[in-house]
Design a binder for this molecule. Structure first.
Ligand code: IMP
Length: 414
């Protein structure tokens, strides 16, 4: 049985939630391996809209085991709320939480807010960066210790880094007691669980959060998140071998969006951006912030491909491009008269790059009602062909709307 990775090929918000949910129809296990409730995966199913932040996108499917891997940072309060929301609509997601995942506590959120006053990264203010700082600084709290009353109290009492007064410790113990009790039965060695799933030859999906351009190493540092969002993060963040990931699927929006600070070379004029933002509902699932909009940036996409080696692309929100004339693809950058084909590492260089476009004819047809690739208008087909030509990656699937059935499969690469 296959094990697929679903990886964001841009700055997050590519529609990975919908795609994971779609592919989860046949999956036995869905695994999150990095990030926390900074993510926002929206799924429309069973007549409801689900905004998942911590739970893997297989949580809507009754038969799927959903693993929150060791590479995640988990806010227990948010997790409990998400579980409750699903239970409220009659779902009872099957969840396993890694005992090695780290915990986000209130002081991480406070620190995130404090840091933002000077750093101005545009974070989601969920405490993600400070929790990962504690992890690599070896002062973090892991889920296994959190759900053990004695270990949690010992952790708080031995803490030297967060200025925890007796009053704060007591408040934390009281606040978190119900969450410890609720989550304890779900906390286990999820790397072991996964090894058993592999032995049983089960179908496993690894669900990326954020996107490759937000990767701590390969993204637009320092305007990135604090985890390894690319396929390489799976092995470390889920406790599996790189040899166990069979295919890497890159989810890419038909255009580009970005929230938070940092350069967006392909950014559009506001009039066009507004049109796409409204049609594509380009507002943050977690923060509600309006997303910045750009043309599809193939320099950035090729960078993501180099890091991830995508077996196929899954192009999302293609229907939103209907009525945009002309369509443009960023095929290179101009840096003070020099043509750049590769994505620069330095934010200072990126900030001074301007896009070199390939211009294509647009289309006006409504794609959202189509059920087959062959029904696509010629201009839409040429847009896909141009992406394939420049990147060398086959487009394997297209999403033309938020619902499961608005998905066109093009090749049998999946
Ligand atoms: P953090 O992950 O909250 O520390 O935020 C760091 C950067 O990543 C900011 O630019 C955020 O806007 C961005 N970011 C974090 N999570 C997401 C996401 O799920 N989608 C898009 N951007 C994200």
């Amino acid at each position: 049985m296959p094990s697929y990775a679903i990886i964001g090929a841009q700055w997050g918000d590519e529609g990975k939630g919908k795609i994971t949910d779609y592919l989860a129809e046949k999956a036995d296990v869905v695994v999150r391996f990095q990030g926390g409730d900074n993510a926002g995966h929206t799924i429309y199913a069973n007549g409801h809209k689900f905004a998942l932040h911590l739970l893997p996108s297989g949580s809507i499917r009754p038969h799927t085991l959903n693993i929150l891997g060791n590479g995640m940072v988990i806010n227990p309060v948010s997790l409990s709320l998400e579980i409750k929301t699903l239970k409220g609509v009659g779902l009872n997601p099957n969840i396993a939480i890694s005992n090695r995942a780290h915990v986000i506590l209130p002081h991480h959120i406070e620190k995130d807010k404090e840091n933002e006053k000077t750093q101005n990264i545009g974070t989601t203010l969920k405490g993600i960066g400070p929790a990962y700082m504690d992890k690599v600084g070896r002062t973090g709290l892991r889920m296994g210790a959190f759900v053990n009353e004695a270990l949690f109290e010992a952790y708080l009492r031995n803490d030297q880094t967060h200025d925890l007064t007796e009053e704060k410790i007591k408040a934390l113990l009281t606040t978190y007691a119900p969450f410890q009790k609720e989550l304890a039965p779900k906390v286990q060695d999820t790397s072991y669980l996964l090894s058993e799933a592999f032995k049983k030859d089960q179908f496993i999906l690894f669900e990326g959060a954020q996107g490759t351009l937000l990767d701590i190493d390969h993204g637009t540092y320092p305007y990135v998140t604090s985890s390894a969002t690319s396929a390489a993060g799976i092995s470390q963040g889920a406790g599996v071998s790189p040899k166990q990931i069979q295919k890497v699927l890159g989810v890419v929006k038909a255009y580009t969006t970005r929230v938070g600070e940092g350069t967006l070379v392909s950014e559009m004029n506001e009039e066009l951006a507004h049109q796409i933002r409204e049609k594509g509902n380009e507002y943050g699932t977690t923060t509600g912030r309006p997303r910045r909009i750009g043309y599809l940036d193939l320099v950035a996409l090729k960078h993501a491909h180099r890091v991830n080696q995508f077996d196929a692309l899954i192009l999302t929100l293609f229907d939103v491009l209907s009525g945009i004339h002309p369509l443009k693809l960023v095929i290179a950058y101009d840096y003070h008269g020099t043509r750049l084909e590769t994505f620069p590492a330095e934010p200072e260089i990126l900030a001074e790059c301007t896009p070199i476009f390939e211009t294509l004819e647009g289309f006006d047809e409504d794609l959202s009602t189509l059920s087959d690739y062959n029904q696509l208008p010629q201009a839409a087909k040429l847009y896909l062909k141009a992406i394939e030509k420049h990147t060398g990656i086959p487009v394997g699937m297209i999403s033309v709307g938020k619902h499961r059935e608005q998905t066109l499969r093009m090749t049998n690469i999946l």
